[in-house]
Design a protein around this ligand. Structure first.
Ligand SMILES: Nc1ncnc2c1ncn2[C@@H]1O[C@H](COP(=O)(O)OP(=O)(O)OP(=O)(O)O)[C@@H](O)[C@H]1O
Ligand SMILES: [Mg+2]
Length: 181
């Protein structure tokens, strides 16, 4: 499946989502509010796919999530390092970026299968479409999009593929950041 795979299907396998929602993100503060709303219901072992074109705001979302989790250090884009590891008080967080992978098994060759979905960590993956069919299914996908009307903000399509993902979607809706479809 291509990078433009629909967010209400598993990006690699086409499995339907359990629930989907839509968030308006007129500025980066709105993206941060979405991350803040989701943070309390994250549980170790979860996998979140961050999808969207170059510059859509995937790293911004990850940075806000880390800040919500109490991380005060610099959050670098993993575009060149491929992964950044954060040892947080509640769990570890692994932030991957598959943009530079040109073959779908490169994440396996890099040994990332040992990390992704591991019981003590939350995994965020930018450009998951480049990981191919063997990438584990996500609990949640957040597809960030430029707005059709050319305005500077973004919107997001959010899809949940597990009960933990549904909890994230519901938390975002309860905080007023998202509307269920
Ligand atoms: N909701 C938003 N509204 C407007 N601008 C935003 C929003 N979210 C992020 N941005 C801006 O978009 C730019 C690119 O963001 P970011 O680096 O997070 O994109 P990315 O999707 O990770 O890109 P890449 O695919 O290159 O990794 C940044 O300047 C950021 O401030
Ligand atoms: Mg990025």
């Amino acid at each position: 499946m291509t990078d433009s795979a629909r967010s209400d299907q598993h990006p690699a396998r086409g499995a339907p989502a359990l629930a989907t929602g839509h968030a308006e993100l007129p500025d980066e503060q709105a993206t941060a509010a979405l991350a803040l709303a989701i943070e309390p219901v994250l549980t170790p072992g979860m996998i979140i796919f961050l999808c969207g074109e170059l510059g859509a705001g995937k790293t911004s979302f990850a940075r806000s999530l880390l800040q919500s989790l109490g991380y005060h250090g610099r959050v670098k884009s993993p575009t060149f390092t491929l992964v950044e590891l954060y040892n947080l008080s509640r769990y570890e967080l692994y932030h991957f970026d598959f943009y530079r992978f040109t073959h779908e098994n490169e994440w396996l060759n890099a040994g990332f299968d040992e990390l992704i979905g591991s019981a003590g960590a939350v995994s965020l993956i930018e450009w998951p479409e480049r990981g191919g069919e063997q990438l584990p299914a996500p609990d949640l996908t957040v597809r960030l999009r430029y707005r059709d009307d050319g305005a500077s903000g973004r919107d997001a399509l959010i899809a949940a593929f597990s009960p933990q993902g549904v909890a994230c979607l519901n938390a975002a809706c309860a905080a007023g950041c998202c509307r269920l479809d």
